[in-house]
Ligand binder design. Structure first.
Ligand code: SF4
Length: 310
């Protein structure tokens, strides 16, 4: 998400007891994150709010071990505990493939699907479980969806064969990679468990080079030390579409464990303090946006920028 992945809908409405066809047993822990497994009643959720131009959102997981400090999804999780522990737990929808398979072939033809709105479909557990991949296989073989994939992970390059298969079978795919800054200190403060932005840029360049539509989403665009060099490195990926959005510090919420470090760093970067850095941040955002606009093709902004690409 959104935005981080994308702004909120309902708090994981599809998590409920349902038919189970468990994955082969997966790990109970991966790195810093506890992994649990539960069946879901539905895997496609009606898209609302910021994503209302889409038909469905698709979240193979609840929770996200990338643990971004600003992740709005954290504030829609089930309890104070899961909010406070955001980034340190993942709930796998173990029957997601079986549930998606229950849809009649062709039922998702032409449907706009956003994967994912409250989790990252390529966070580290995906390497072990290949759950996102199974969902893509089902879509490739049985439907012609219009799919937007949103991630911060280079793991997405694994599935370029399936993105192309969906296209070859009559569907559409765009892969969005979120890149938020050219400053690794900022990245570490706000996105402590995410891959570096350089790694993400390389990955989205590979997706583009593999013949899959690609987009870099700077949502939120946190900070750029050198806007012109940042723009050039974005252009060098070969990607042709970009979306930016400011972080709304006024309204923004932070995951408890990372809030102080993130706010202190932004105050430091803007040469102000926690109480006054917001205006300076917005002036910085506007400066960076103008530099990006001058250098990049197809730079959208905010909700309009997030409109379905096809
Ligand atoms: S990558 Fe995960 S933690 Fe970060 S914004 Fe997306 S869903 Fe939230």
């Amino acid at each position: 998400m959104t935005t981080t992945h994308s702004p909120p809908q309902a708090p994981f409405p599809e998590l409920a007891p349902g038919p189970a066809e468990p994955l082969a047993v997966g790990p109970a822990r991966l790195g810093h994150a506890a992994i649990t497994y539960a069946p879901a009643r539905e895997i496609l959720t009606r898209a609302t709010g910021f994503m209302d131009a889409y038909d469905h959102t698709l979240n193979p997981y609840s929770g996200c071990s990338f643990g971004c400090a600003y992740c709005y999804a954290a504030f829609f999780s089930r309890s104070r505990q899961t909010r406070d522990d955001w980034g340190r737990w993942v709930a796998v929808k173990e029957n997601a493939a079986a549930v998606l398979s229950q849809r009649k072939p062709g039922a998702l033809d032409g449907k706009l699907i956003y994967m994912s709105s409250v989790t990252d479909p390529y966070q580290p557990i995906e390497r072990e479980l290949k759950l996102t991949r199974r969902l893509l296989e089902i879509m490739a073989d049985r439907h012609k969806p219009k799919l937007v994939v949103q991630t911060r992970s280079p793991g997405v390059t694994r599935d370029t064969d399936l993105f192309r298969r969906i296209e070859d079978n009559g569907g559409r795919v765009q892969v969005n990679m979120t890149v938020t800054t050219d400053d690794e200190d900022v990245r570490r403060a706000f996105e402590p468990f995410c891959p570096s932005n350089a790694v993400r840029m390389r990955a989205i360049g590979e997706v583009q080079a593999a013949g899959v539509e690609a987009c870099v989403t700077m949502t939120p665009l946190l900070w750029a030390n050198n806007p012109d060099a940042f723009a050039e490195s974005l252009r060098d990926t070969g990607v042709q579409k970009f979306i930016a959005q400011p972080f709304h510090f006024q309204r923004g919420k932070f995951v408890a464990s990372t809030r102080d470090a993130a706010l202190d760093l932004m105050a430091d970067k803007t040469g102000s303090d926690r109480k006054t850095f917001r205006d300076k941040y917005m002036a910085h955002y506007r400066r960076v946006f103008r530099a990006l606009q001058a250098a990049l093709p197809n730079l959208g902004e905010g909700k309009d920028g997030f409109a379905p690409p096809f």
